[in-house]
Design a protein around this ligand. Structure first.
Ligand SMILES: [Zn+2]
Length: 261
């Protein structure tokens, strides 16, 4: 490998880690952002003495099959649109404008760090009639593998950031980054009043396919009642934006676009 290829490879890895992806296809790293440590919870960690290497916490395995109880259908004949990993100052306003022009609403699965950084965008999402979904504090694809205490702390921290931006907005849903669900985290989410939101159509737009490929994948897989996963943040989303300019009116005409229940 030539030295010049290294920066591009590193950038590619960062972008991959930040995307939702499909279960089993995302990289296994815990941290979405290099600026944040993998484990945000100060609650359960004993302070290590300087001479002892801190033990890595044991992570429970991700089950081979998705656990029971996930919402994978819109609950009506219409299609539900979900946009993950934002809010993002470049792309979230573009999607909001598209949704407004089509007179439909969607669900935004927001990352806590992003909500804290861009509270005005969270408020705008709510003001324009869309729903919010908790997508963890820093897109931790291993969140479901951690202790119940850590999971709860992460989800509460994210809810707090959302509420600081939009105090009256209900936070109905939680979506595990990468779709790497565990039964244990579904229990914690439900205890907090968060319903576990999966998807049924994943065009893998996080992997930067061209817009025409995103369109083809969504159109080929969508049925009545589908939940479509796309991304308005986490990297260059120009192709998703272009695809949505076609997909949003098309899905509305063919199935109707419905909010989640
Ligand atoms: Zn995600």
């Amino acid at each position: 490998m030539r030295p010049r290829a290294l920066p591009a490879l590193a950038l590619g890895l960062v972008l991959l880690v930040t995307a939702c992806g499909e279960a089993g296809k995302s990289p296994d790293q815990a941290a979405a952002s290099p600026s944040v440590s993998a484990s945000p919870s100060p609650v359960t960690k004993p302070s290590p003495t300087p001479t002892v290497t801190p033990r890595k916490p044991k992570l429970r395995p991700v089950p081979k099959k998705l656990p029971a109880g996930l919402h994978r259908a819109s609950g009506s004949s219409g299609v539900a649109l979900t946009f993950d990993d934002g809010p993002d100052p470049r792309y979230t306003p573009q999607i909001l404008a598209q949704l407004r022009a089509a007179r439909v609403t969607a669900t935004f699965c927001v990352v806590g760090q992003q909500a804290k950084r861009y509270p005005e965008l969270v408020a705008r999402i709510v003001r324009e009639g869309h729903q919010l979904c908790n997508h963890s504090w820093h897109h931790d694809v291993n969140l479901g593998r951690r202790s119940a205490t850590e999971i709860r702390a992460d989800l509460e921290r994210t809810n707090d950031a959302i509420r600081a931006a939009a105090p009256k907005a209900p936070i109905t849903w939680f979506r595990q980054p990468g779709g790497r669900w565990t039964a244990e985290e579904i229990v914690v989410a439900r205890q907090m009043g968060l319903r576990p939101l999966h998807w049924s159509v994943d065009p893998q737009d996080w992997d930067h396919p061209p817009a025409k490929t995103i369109i083809k994948r969504v159109k080929g897989a969508t049925r009545n009642g589908s939940i479509v996963l796309m991304h308005d943040a986490g990297g260059d989303r120009a192709q998703t934006m272009a695809a949505c300019r076609h997909l949003i009116p098309d899905l509305k005409r063919r199935y109707g676009i419905a909010p989640l229940p």
